[in-house]
Ligand binder design. Structure first.
Ligand SMILES: C[S@@+](CC[C@H](N)C(=O)[O-])C[C@H]1O[C@@H](n2cnc3c(N)ncnc32)[C@H](O)[C@@H]1O
Length: 312
C-alpha cells in the first residue's frame, strides 16, 4: 500500500516545500500526475467527512488544490471520492493547503471512527498549549485552531514573533493565521502553566506512546494537550499527571508545528464532536432590530441601475 500526494496547481513555493515535508512525515510520495485511485481533498458540496473511514489498504493518491481556487474541476471530476475536513467556523473555513494535506493524509492512512454529534461539544473541549519557534508555523496552526472550532489557545512563543517579533514577522504570522477574520483568543503561556491542569497530554510526532486516536481528548478545561514541546520541558510537571500520545509519523528533525497541531486539532474536533441540532429548537433565531428603517419621502429616493455600481 502506498499513498501519494498530488499538489494540483499549488502556487506558493513555501506551500510546495511543506507538502513535500508532509509526504516525508507520512511515508508517502509526491505525485507529479494523477495515477490510480484518486481521493480529492476539498471543501465542496457533496464531499464526505474525512472521519469515519477504514485505514487505507491499497495504493491511492490524495490531491490538494490551489490556495485560492482549490482543486481544478478536472481533478474533482476524476476523483473516485471527495473528502472534506469538517470545519466549525463561520469565518475561517479552510486550512492552509499543506496542513490540509497532513490532516487528510493522516486520516486516510490511519482511518478513524466518525465525528461525534453532541449537544455541548464545548464542555468537552480540552485546553491546548502550542509551543512555537517559527512565526509562519504558529500562524498556520492558529488558522487551523479557529477552523476546527477552538475559541482560545495558549501559546508559548519561543522566538516565533507572535507577541513580540519585528513588524514584518508579526505581519507574516498574522497573515498565515488569517487574523483579519480569525476570532481566536491567543493567551501568552508557558510550560510552567501546566501545573494548573489535572491532566497533561503531550503529543509526540513519533516514537513509542499511546496512539493519539486511543487517548481521550475530551476532559474539558481540566485537561491540556501540549504540542511542540521538547523532552526537557516537562521535567517539572508532576509525573502522575502527564501522559504521552504519538502521531506515529516518520522520524523527521524538527517537524513543522502546523502539521502536528492541525492533526491534533482535527482529532480533538472528532472526539469532542460537533453540535447536534436539538429537536424542537429553531435552527436560526429570528433577527431583532434596534429600530426600523423609515422609507424616505418619494422625492429623496435615487434609483440606481445596478450596472452603474460596477464603476466603483
Ligand atoms: C486554502 S484551500 C482554498 C480553496 C478552497 N476551496 C476555498 O474555499 O477557498 C486550498 C486547498 O487546501 C485543501 N483544504 C483546505 N481546507 C480544507 C478543508 N476544510 N477540507 C478539505 N480540503 C481542504 C483543499 O485541497 C484546497 O484545495
Amino acid at each position: 500500500m502506498t499513498l501519494s500526494i498530488f499538489a494540483d496547481g499549488v502556487e506558493n513555493p513555501a506551500n510546495i516545500a511543506r507538502i513535500a515535508d508532509v509526504a516525508r512525515l507520512l511515508g508517502a510520495t509526491r505525485a507529479a500526475s494523477i495515477e490510480g485511485y484518486l481521493i480529492a481533498i476539498e471543501n465542496v458540496a457533496g464531499a464526505r467527512d474525512i472521519y469515519g473511514r477504514a485505514p487505507l489498504r491499497d495504493d491511492a493518491t490524495i490531491a490538494v488544490g490551489n490556495e485560492r481556487r482549490g482543486l481544478s474541476p478536472r481533478t474533482l471530476a476524476l476523483a473516485a471520492e471527495t473528502l472534506e475536513i469538517p470545519t466549525q467556523s463561520r469565518t475561517v473555513t479552510t486550512l492552509n493547503v499543506a496542513a490540509a494535506a497532513a490532516v487528510a493524509g493522516w486520516y486516510v492512512l490511519h482511518g478513524s471512527a466518525r465525528q461525534l454529534q453532541t449537544a455541548r461539544p464545548d464542555s468537552r473541549r480540552p485546553s491546548l498549549l502550542l509551543i512555537g519557534r517559527d512565526h509562519v508555523e504558529v500562524g498556520s496552526s492558529l488558522r487551523s485552531a479557529a477552523a476546527l472550532g477552538f475559541r482560545d489557545v495558549l501559546l508559548e512563543d519561543r522566538g516565533a514573533g507572535w507577541f513580540e517579533g519585528s513588524a514584518a514577522r508579526r505581519r507574516e504570522a498574522r497573515a498565515a493565521a488569517r487574523r483579519h477574520k480569525n476570532p481566536l483568543r491567543i493567551h501568552r503561556a508557558s510550560v510552567d502553566d501546566l501545573e494548573r491542569f489535572e491532566e497533561v497530554v503531550v503529543v509526540l510526532p513519533s516514537g513509542p506512546a499511546n496512539p493519539l486516536q486511543r487517548e481521550a481528548l475530551t476532559r474539558g478545561q481540566r485537561q491540556v494537550i501540549v504540542v511542540g514541546s521538547e523532552p526537557a520541558d516537562l521535567i517539572h510537571v508532576k509525573h502522575g499527571r502527564v501522559k504521552t500520545a504519538t502521531l506515529d509519523l516518520k522520524m523527521f528533525e524538527d517537524p513543522p508545528l502546523r502539521f502536528l497541531a492541525s492533526i491534533v486539532l482535527a482529532e480533538i474536533a472528532r472526539q469532542v464532536g460537533r453540535r447536534r441540532r436539538i429537536a424542537g429548537k429553531p435552527a436560526v433565531r429570528a433577527p431583532r432590530y434596534e429600530f426600523a428603517v423609515r422609507l424616505a419621502a418619494a422625492g429623496d429616493i435615487l434609483f440606481v441601475d445596478p450596472s452603474r455600481l460596477l464603476d466603483y
